[in-house]
Design a protein around this ligand. Structure first.
Ligand code: NAP
Length: 314
């Protein structure tokens, strides 16, 4: 059993498959990379207050360390590296680590669970990366609570940005949506809701050029793309909501994906290839929560275990 990915989905699948004596190997990613780092997106957050069982909250990296340790306790193995190629066309499946041109795969597995997650698209500013988890966030559901009574900015003009902005008005005393054009991309209904909300205002033709603050966000620098005029918006939170991308390049041409590149699952965690299962954000663009990812990791493990039982009899 090989599990690719080590966020809440992959590590929950590891706990369950290890306890079922399937000796999972978790290819956990590489620490150097933001999108493929071991532990997934929770490694980029600070306090997690909505994961059940932690009434006082827990830091994202500590939560993932606990998941990891729990799976290790039952015998899960870890490889701190990225999978570079997979071959699901023949059994046992082939998984490469390192040079993808090597003729022989690094590992062969009777079953594979894909849990490579998704990444939030980011503006790409060094200051944004530095202050991620310290005022810069990609998840209002997770972090909105920390900005009670404050002025918050949301970047983006799509449905995600409107949803985040509307949600953030529960906490912030004012929410400014910063959008790079004059028109929103969001659906009409979401636009109307945002326009009607008295706590939301808009900055049009506006691009964030810098996030200000040393240890926490103190403002954002904004460039008007029409006039090149620069200004500063004194916010304490910046929510980046410019879309997400699933980490599925590795599986292109082998696993079915929807038009946005998310893996398609059916009947639980099954993919179009028998014996390959998928869980977590790599196949879920709707809920995207640690707890739902963990739940789907459990489903993938149970599906894989049953499939292995059924196929080893024949
Ligand atoms: P999206 O529709 O692709 O919108 C991304 C927004 O971010 C666009 O307005 C885009 O600007 C802006 N953007 C992209 N790159 C940027 C950059 N580098 N700098 C500044 N702005 C940038 O993504 P989404 O809002 O995450 O939605 C994804 C899909 O999920 C959509 O199909 C959406 O309908 C769906 N969704 C639905 C709901 C709902 O119905 N409640 C909620 C969330 C998402 P431009 O407009 O200029 O391209």
């Amino acid at each position: 059993m090989v599990i690719v990915g080590s966020g809440p989905a992959g590590l929950t699948a590891a706990i369950y498959t290890a306890r079922a004596n399937l000796h999972p190997l978790v290819i956990e990613g590489e620490p150097s990379s933001d999108s493929d780092q071991p532990g997934g997106q929770l490694m980029l957050t600070t306090e997690v207050e909505n994961y059940p069982g932690f009434e006082d909250g827990i830091m994202g990296p500590e939560l993932m360390a606990r998941f990891r340790g729990q799976a290790a306790r039952f015998g899960a193995g870890y490889l701190t590296a990225k999978a570079s190629r997979v071959d699901f066309s023949a059994r046992p499946f082939g998984i490469w680590v390192g040079d993808p041109e090597t003729p022989e795969p690094t590992y062969r597995a009777r079953s594979v669970i894909v849990a490579t997650g998704a990444r939030s698209l980011m503006l790409g500013l060094p200051s944004e990366a530095r202050l991620l988890g310290h005022g810069v966030s990609t998840c209002a559901t997770c972090d909105g609570f920390f900005f009670r009574g404050q002025h918050i900015a949301v970047v983006g003009g799509g449905d995600s940005a409107m949803e985040e902005a509307i949600f953030l008005t529960k906490f912030g005393e004012r929410v400014t949506v910063i959008h790079r054009r004059k028109e929103l991309r969001a659906s009409k209904i979401m636009q109307d809701r945002a326009f009607r909300n008295p706590r939301i205002d808009f900055m049009w033709d506006a691009q964030v050029s810098d996030v200000l603050g040393e240890r926490s966000v103190e403002g954002v620098r904004i460039k008007n793309v029409a006039t090149a005029e620069e200004s500063t918006l004194p916010v304490t939170g910046l929510f980046v909501a410019i879309g997400h991308a699933p980490n599925t390049d590795l599986f292109r041409g082998q696993l079915d994906m929807d038009e946005n590149g998310y893996l398609v699952t059916h009947g639980g965690a099954r993919t179009n290839v028998e014996g390959v299962f998928a869980c977590g954000d790599v196949q879920d663009h709707v809920y995207r929560q640690a707890v739902t990812a963990a739940g789907s990791g459990c489903m993938a493990a149970i599906d894989a275990e049953r499939w292995l039982d059924a196929t080893s009899d024949s």
